[in-house]
Design a protein around this ligand. Structure first.
Ligand SMILES: Cc1cc2nc3c(=O)[nH]c(=O)nc-3n(C[C@H](O)[C@H](O)[C@H](O)COP(=O)(O)O)c2cc1C
Length: 412
């Protein structure tokens, strides 16, 4: 582990196997991954270096602002003349931002990647010049080590691929099986808050790969068909998995199908002046009384929940409850965005309950319903009520709405 004295950037260089090293940098600065997903917990970029008798192979790189740190890390385990290949699993700049600097540092290194990656390298002149495409299933032998490249389209982009290092028993998976957060340790069998890390992995896959979720099963089936059974799953973000390999594969498959957890309800509401919040809390109370697991997120004048967390809970919820005020003849703006992203990243025909209050003419339910039904959500209950301010709705009315919602969920 190293911490440069001039700035607070921490990076780690450690052995994964006898000849394979992980080079991980901890990015505490990025707060919105891809300028969208809230990650106050940060993220890591993991590159890997394989040492062989015929020269060394680097798999992926780091985001551009950590370029100089990557050179330092590389100098610990290899040298410019020893670096023979750089394998680019995925062209997204969180893995390729420092690629040109690596190639400047190692003037003889060749670049290997999916044929499509070569067509995405216009901003990477050195990489483009030294690029050699690899076929799906192609095996490269370097210094007695076999590198088998497997194209894994849409995990995360069409050019994404993995490398299977059979001798090492290590599958280098790039974005797949990666997670947000800065784990305390490098491996999942060290000092790890496992459930937190699994949630970070779920959050990553829902937000980043969720739109292409049908490709998860296809690519896992492909790996299984090829007889690839890794002892170690080494992604480009977060923990390296070697104790919980079966579990992370299962989690991935479940997220790919947005598999619901029995009795889990996601309740998302917005409330400008407390009217909807009063009803949402009544509904939450009734759901809890019924023994359901409820994940609640409320947008109001003191809090704005993270949409990345809402989507994570949506992915394994059985039912999604939206409660919204009518806002300029539509649903509340943040809830419109949540509904749209739910369709985009989660989908899967879950049950929906729509609750709306209005001041003079209701339109919010129709607005959300149109979005949600378009992507297969089934509306099982709809409740509208007229109220301006929380005192306009009585406790009895709240209890009645809550009962109606819970009855509809139970009987659907
Ligand atoms: C900015 C704003 C826009 C609104 N737009 C509408 C509207 O288009 N149609 C309507 O019937 N009520 C509208 N209302 C009234 C609210 O929907 C209604 O008072 C609701 O109960 C507010 O819930 P809340 O107290 O949880 O924010 C609006 C209220 C505000 C503050």
């Amino acid at each position: 582990m190293s911490r440069r004295r001039d700035e607070l950037v921490m990076y780690h260089v450690a052995k994964v196997t006898e000849d394979l090293y992980v080079l991980r940098v901890d990015d505490r600065y990025t707060k919105y991954f891809e300028a969208l997903w809230e990650i106050p917990e940060g993220i890591t970029y993991n590159a890997y270096l394989l040492k062989t008798d015929e020269g060394d192979v680097l798999f992926d790189a780091w985001k551009r602002q950590f370029s100089s740190h990557l050179m330092e890390a590389l100098e610990r385990v290899t040298s410019p003349d020893r670096l023979k290949y750089v394998v680019v699993h995925h062209m997204e700049p969180d893995h390729t931002g420092s690629l040109e600097d690596v190639l400047r540092w190692a003037p003889n290194a060749k670049v290997l990647g999916h044929p499509l990656a070569g067509r995405m390298m216009n901003a990477y002149p050195k990489a483009k010049e030294r690029f050699k495409p690899v076929k799906d299933g192609e095996v490269l032998e370097v210094g007695g080590k076999k590198l088998r490249f497997v194209h894994t389209p849409w995990l995360h982009w069409p050019e994404t691929m993995m490398t299977w290092l059979e001798e090492e028993g290590v599958l280098l998976t790039c974005d797949a099986f990666g997670g947000y957060g800065i784990p305390l340790s490098l491996f999942d069998d060290q000092c790890v808050k496992l459930e937190e890390m699994i949630r970070e992995m779920r959050k990553y896959v829902v937000t980043v790969i969720g739109h292409y979720r049908e490709w998860i099963d296809r690519n896992i089936a492909k790996l299984e068909k090829l007889g690839i059974k890794p002892n170690v799953v080494a992604p480009a973000h977060g923990l390296i998995w070697r104790k919980n390999v079966d579990r992370v594969f299962q989690v991935y498959k479940d997220v790919g199908k947005s598999k619901p957890k029995e009795n889990k309800v996601l309740l998302v509401y917005a409330s400008m002046y407390g009217t909807v919040e009063k009803v949402a809390r009544g509904v939450e109370c009734e759901l809890v009384r019924e023994g359901m697991e409820v994940a609640v997120y409320g947008f109001n004048d003191t809090s704005r929940p993270y949409i990345s967390e809402i989507l994570t809970d949506a992915s394994d919820a059985e039912v999604v409850v939206f409660a919204t005020p009518t806002y300029e003849v539509e649903a509340f703006p943040f809830l419109k965005f949540v509904a749209q992203e739910l369709c985009w990243k989660v989908g899967n025909g879950k049950k929906a309950v729509l609750i709306s209050s209005y001041g003079w003419s209701s339109a919010a339910i129709e607005d959300l319903k149109k979005t949600l039904e378009n992507c297969g959500y089934k509306s099982v209950a709809e409740v509208k009520y007229n109220a301006i301010g929380p005192t306009a709705i009585t406790d009895e009315a709240v209890a009645e709405i809550a009962k109606k919602v819970v009855d509809a969920i139970k009987s659907s």
